[in-house]
Write a protein that binds this ligand. Structure first.
Ligand code: GLY
Ligand code: MN
Length: 438
């Protein structure tokens, strides 16, 4: 079995490279995350780790890097070998079937790993075995161990400092970009290596774009601001969303919709426990969302029938959340054999499995007024009687609300790892008052 970490990806037309992200299977099994590393397993010999040593020129420009001794220590192996030893290891397995996990770029770009004569090795990549082992690694990655949870708690704590700073300092005239910079600076100050994913900061109507990139738009009085950003510590992600008013208080519609999203989120957190199917949590959240939208006069009809028709997904189009770990949308979200549905209300559900102790999932319902969905003539026709379109048309500039926490499944329930970041209306309004009186 070969598990490469991946090669640096050049930025076309330049002499630069994209930020390197090791394949999480390599990172998980090898405990290290550098480029061009290969973890190998032979049932007779056990594990070997091969890693590049810097050339004299690379030492001048990029430093000595991590020594083979240190890498071995991280990997829990007695030793690590320079990449030059990979060729002879492969030679010894000439003609044998091999499982290839991690970054498959080894087969396409063997020279990047110092292997010049790949085809002469006549290695047969067993695709079925590779997929089966990859699935086994994903299964192993689902429940986090003590060391992983320590890193996830550190990431959650770093995220908390950033989100609290944003809640305490944002004001009319602050740009989305500036909020991003200040928030990420706090992540770094709190020990993060990097943001776990591209920070999302959307104000006003921008908050209706699910993965909106922060822009130079300045927050305006009366806006809601949605910040979806998380720190990464020790390779592990946190993933947090908070939505708050630029003013000291939520206004009428903001308050009603925020309360609904929060109620849906808190109910799902309360119901998250071992044995609970994540898909069921999503469906129950969808039903609560539909009922709330009926109460608020946005949807019309019987909530269960509305969910049956995916009408709620016009306003809550994404899944309730996903697995979290080395990746933001962590591997293993769908149990083997379960295929994602193409139903409008389910196609972006990224977790479909029974929860077990040690799993970390996000719970992140939201309500948005997304023009791409709400102005689509086909959807208008399909949901003609299900939606109060007059009301919706007056809310197309509303933006959106999402509330997201990272939740560890425990022996008998759930623990919110990101609970230090307030989400109640009272707490948020308290922090906003502080921000505006500073
Ligand atoms: N944090 C972005 C997402 O979960 O898609
Ligand atoms: Mn998320």
């Amino acid at each position: 079995m070969l598990i490469p970490s991946g090669l640096p990806v050049p930025i076309a037309g330049t002499d630069q490279y994209h930020e390197f992200h090791a394949h999480p299977e390599h990172q998980y099994l090898a405990g290290v995350a550098g480029p061009a590393g290969v973890l190998a397993f032979d049932p007779r010999e056990g594990w070997s780790l091969f890693a590049p040593e810097p050339t004299p020129d690379e030492r001048v420009w990029s430093g000595d890097g991590v020594s083979l001794e240190q890498l071995a220590l991280h990997a829990g192996l007695e030793g690590a070998a320079p990449l030059a030893a990979l060729g002879p290891w492969l030679e010894r397995h000439r003609g044998e079937p091999v499982a290839l996990l991690g970054n498959a770029d080894l087969a396409a770009h063997p020279a990047g790993y110092g292997v010049e004569r790949w085809s002469a090795l006549e290695l047969v990549i067993d695709q079925e075995l590779s997929a089966r082992l990859s699935e086994a690694v994903s299964a192993a990655r689902r429940a986090k161990d003590v060391g992983e949870l320590q890193r996830m708690r550190a990431a959650a704590a770093a995220s908390a400092t950033g989100h609290l700073l944003a809640l305490r300092t944002a004001r009319a005239g602050t740009s989305e970009r500036r909020l991003q910079v200040e928030l990420e600076a706090e992540f770094f100050r709190a020990g993060a290596e990097r943001p776990a994913y591209g920070s999302i900061v959307g104000s006003g109507r921008n908050a209706a774009v699910l993965h909106v990139a922060p822009s130079s738009r300045e927050l305006a009085t009366g806006d809601l601001v949605l910040i979806d950003a998380g720190a990464e510590c020790g390779g592990y992600a946190s993933d947090v969303t908070r939505t708050f008013p630029v003013n000291a208080r939520f206004d009428g519609a903001q308050r009603d919709l925020y309360e609904l999203v929060l109620t849906v989120q808190q109910s799902a957190i309360k119901d998250a426990r071992p044995g609970k199917e994540y898909r069921e949590l999503h469906m129950e959240a969808s039903l609560r969302m539909a009922a709330g939208l009926v109460d608020l006069g946005i949807l019309r009809g019987d909530p269960a029938a509305l969910v049956e028709r995916d009408a709620h997904a016009l306003f809550f189009p994404h899944g309730l959340g996903h697995m979290l770990g080395l990746s933001t949308h962590d591997a293993g979200g769908c149990l083997a054999g379960r295929t994602p549905s193409d139903r409008f209300g389910l196609k972006w559900l990224r977790a479909d499995l029974p929860l077990e102790p040690g799993y970390v999932v996000t719970i992140e319902p939201g309500i948005y007024f997304i023009r791409a969905l709400l102005e689509d003539p086909e959807r208008r026709a399909r949901y003609r009687d299900d939606v109060n379109w007059g009301r919706v048309d007056r809310m197309l500039e509303f933006g959106g609300i999402r509330i997201e926490d990272d939740v560890l499944i425990t022996a008998d329930g759930a623990e919110v790892l990101t609970a230090a970041i307030p989400s109640s209306i009272d707490a948020i309004e308290g922090l906003r008052k502080e921000a505006l009186s500073a």
